[in-house]
Design a protein around this ligand. Sequence first.
Ligand code: ACO
Length: 428
Amino acid sequence: MPEKALLCFGDQQIELPVLVGAEGEKSVDISRLRDATGLTTYDPSLSNTAVCKSAITFIDGDEGILRYRGIPIEQFTDRPNFIEVAWLLIFGRLPKKDELDRFSQRLTLNELLHEGMKHQFQHIPADAPPMALLSATLSNLVCYHPQFLALGDDESFEEMAARLISKVRTIAAFSYRRSLGLPFNYPNPNLRYCANFLHMMFSIPYQQYSITREIEDALNLIFILHADHEQNCSTSTARVVGSSRANLFASCASAVCALWGPLHGGANVEVVEMLDRIHHGGMSPEDCIKAAKDKANPFKLFGFGHRIYKNYDPRAKILKVACDRVLSQMKVKDPLLDIARKLEELALADPYFVERKLYPNVDFYSGIILRSLGIPTNMFTVCFAIGRLPGWIAQWKEQHDDPTSKILRPRQVYIGNTIQDYVPIEKR
Ligand code: ACO
């Protein structure tokens, strides 16, 4: 007998169906509540509301568990391959060898930008924020590839996904080169995904950037750990935009804008700036913790806290270990790592953070690894976006494949004026 929840309101008793997820989590279905009672539900910031059914990513925030299509995130860390993970997220299972080869081939064939798009980079200020460029250029892709406006079969969807996942790294690298006034490096079809991105970022004419397997693995790992995180702010944005049947390019471009914010993907920039300020004597780690606890101060301990994780973010756990490994492989001694460790130690021993269950999140250590690879701070959130793109694509596809999905349209509790008369301007 399926469980039901009973809602008593006035003299009415309403039975509400209870949905049970694959891992036993329960959700009260209130979708017909207003029809039955006239009531809506109030859940600002949607912290307690499931807006869809999804089979892509499972998180248990209390236990610190993250799985992609059922596979624990820790299992992707030994020999990381971001492209394999991207296909898994989008198509629901691990690709067979020929499928992965075909997808890699599609990525290679799609790596160039239309020359017309290249000129777009010339006419913007050199210090334009790379996230603005990324969002605008992703949106503009549709002007060059209008055939992807409609959702086709899985085969054409794979081509569309490959196009986006391949071109995003070319766009990102071109915006970086443009900001330095350096010539663009065309993608090299002989390089794997991450190596090709680093080549486009850092090679100079007549001198190929040298990429070791360790560097490639470090970037693969970062991208994998960011690849999906169920209904977070940017993914929900992609779904909201996609729910109006806007195209995939527009949906992903809007997700980039949502990711940009310092409470979301932009936190990786804030973390490094915060660590750098401590390093340069602008404040001590103790001052930093004090400021984060002060309710009169808008300052936050960036890279700490999470809407879902009330335990150590499993991605941060992996990145903390990876930090030591990558920095020693690169023979880099970064004082910011010691400061980060000190801040973590202070926070995890402080009742303010303990009581609120605030732990390091994915952004706390990722910037230190990206720095060691030579990625500049203003490209950190862009790297997050490259990593998250397969997640946005997978969620968009799932939404479009679901025959029950409708345009997303929340309700509100209206608290404005009751009916008023219009007053002509001369009488106001
Ligand atoms: N520093 C200080 N206090 C914090 C922090 C922090 N980093 N995070 C949460 N808190 C406090 C809140 O002020 C609140 O205190 P209160 O109960 O006294 O009012 C309490 O902890 C609960 O936090 P919420 O605000 O309810 O948490 P919410 O789920 O709304 O926000 C968020 C989550 C946005 C991530 C928040 O923890 C934060 O701002 N962290 C810093 C920014 C950051 O690192 N963002 C990246 C998140 S991961 C990602 O998006 C990829």
